[in-house]
Ligand binder design. Structure first.
Ligand code: NAD
Ligand code: UFG
Length: 339
């Protein structure tokens, strides 16, 4: 199977490229490097021991996209290409809607023109909105999103649902990620946020290597086990393997299917801090700070559907997530080099 990873130079895309290649698939990457660096693709090539065709383009550009489809015989598209910073999306919402929706529309149109029928979409647990009941199950109705970023995921899901209704030959898998963290165990690829990290684990990792002085824990008065927010953290390599299973599923099935990719277990922010300290034998400096707008108190998946239908479940432990994050950050304190 030949797989086009749109946005494949990013955090989840690079890990997926490695797992796709390890499973015997051909990988092609398309990225505009708006939130990634070419070095990430070179590191993937070093890990898989082969050259990966990598195209530098805006995935919304139909002309350039068409050239890729004409050159490569693509069986499945995995669509990671999106802007993802929740807070930034409240400041520049139009850019978020433009980028995150145009990429999907262009992909769908070019796929239709070129006879490619299978798409895996990077969705998010954010589409559930404020959970009314936990764990979150795929057939719960989508909720009210807390940010423009979240709405782009919600709208993309709806666009893809409508496209499948209109074209019964189309096969779309919506993957709702929970909280991906960790890195490849080699420590050569990992998450490389630009500027101040928005997310918990990249922030913890930068405090651990001395790049930032202190972690702020947003809120300690939530109605949770210790007052801090609870999330379903999933190792990025497990998540990447979920894409391999979803692609194989899309080869065999038509229509739309939705899967949570999570572990089914929720950990609080404080539990994550303590686990990181224990596993890596270090101390993290942290302080409590006011709640962050838009955060839900608790969010974790019902992960049964992916297990039953895709034959996928998360295998890595919390210890793996902590150790691999620290290994990546220690080996690459400044992230990937430019160029
Ligand atoms: P990332 O920013 O590391 O990767 C996204 C990649 O897409 C980047 O390499 C970026 O340069 C590229 N890109 C963005 N717009 C593009 C465009 N118009 N044309 C070509 N390339 C473009 O993010 P990630 O963490 O790997 O996330 C991948 C996908 O998963 C995103 O759609 C994100 O919204 C979604 N997601 C991520 C998380 C998370 O916590 N990381 C959670 C839920 C969903
Ligand atoms: N947190 C801190 N300090 C920080 C960063 C985060 O205390 O410096 C806390 C947050 O308040 C939250 C928890 O750590 O309680 C997790 O926050 P993240 O930003 O790491 O993750 P989110 O759960 O907010 O968001 C993630 C993805 C989104 C996705 C969302 C869906 O980043 O893309 O999950 O649940 F939409």
């Amino acid at each position: 199977m030949k797989v086009l990873l749109a946005g494949g130079a990013g955090y989840i895309g690079t890990h997926t490229a490695v797992e796709m290649a390890a499973a015997g698939n051909e990988v092609v990457i398309a990225d505009n490097f708006s939130n990634s660096k070419p070095e990430a693709v070179r590191r993937v090539e070093a890990l898989v021991g082969e050259k990966i065709p990598c195209y530098y383009l805006d995935v919304a550009d139909k002309k350039l996209l068409t050239e890729i489809f004409e050159k490569e015989k693509i069986d499945v598209v995995v669509h990671f290409a999106g802007l993802k910073a929740v807070a930034e999306s409240t400041k520049i919402p139009v850019e978020y809607y433009r980028n995150n929706i145009d990429t999907t529309l262009s992909l769908l149109e070019v796929m239709q023109e070129q006879g490619c029928r299978r798409l895996i979409f990077s969705s998010s647990a954010t589409v559930y909105g404020e959970p009314k009941k936990l764990p979150l199950v795929e057939d719960m109705p989508p909720g009210v999103c807390a940010s423009p970023y979240g709405w782009t995921k919600w709208m993309n899901e709806q666009i893809l649902r409508d496209a499948c209704c209109a074209n019964p030959e189309l096969s779309v898998v919506l993957l709702r990620y929970f909280n991906p963290i960790g890195a490849h165990e080699s420590g050569t690829i990992g998450e490389d946020p630009q500027g101040i990290p928005n997310n918990l684990f990249p922030y913890i990792a930068q405090v651990a290597v001395g790049k930032r002085p202190c972690l702020s824990i947003f809120g300690n008065d939530y109605p949770t086990k210790d007052g801090t927010c609870v999330r379903d953290y999933i190792h990025v390599v497990d998540l990447a393997k979920g894409h391999v299973k979803a692609s194989a599923y899309a080869m065999e099935h038509e229509g739309l299917a939705t899967f949570n990719l999570g572990t089914g277990v929720g950990y609080s922010v404080l539990e994550m801090v303590k686990a990181f300290e224990r596993v890596n034998e270090l101390k993290l400096s942290y302080q409590f700070a006011p709640r962050r707008p838009g955060d839900v108190s608790e969010c974790y998946a019902d992960a049964k559907k992916a297990k039953e239908i895709l034959g996928w479940e998360a295998e890595k432990t919390l210890e793996d997530m902590c150790r691999d994050t620290y290994r990546w950050q220690s080996k690459n304190p400044q992230g990937y080099p430019e160029g």
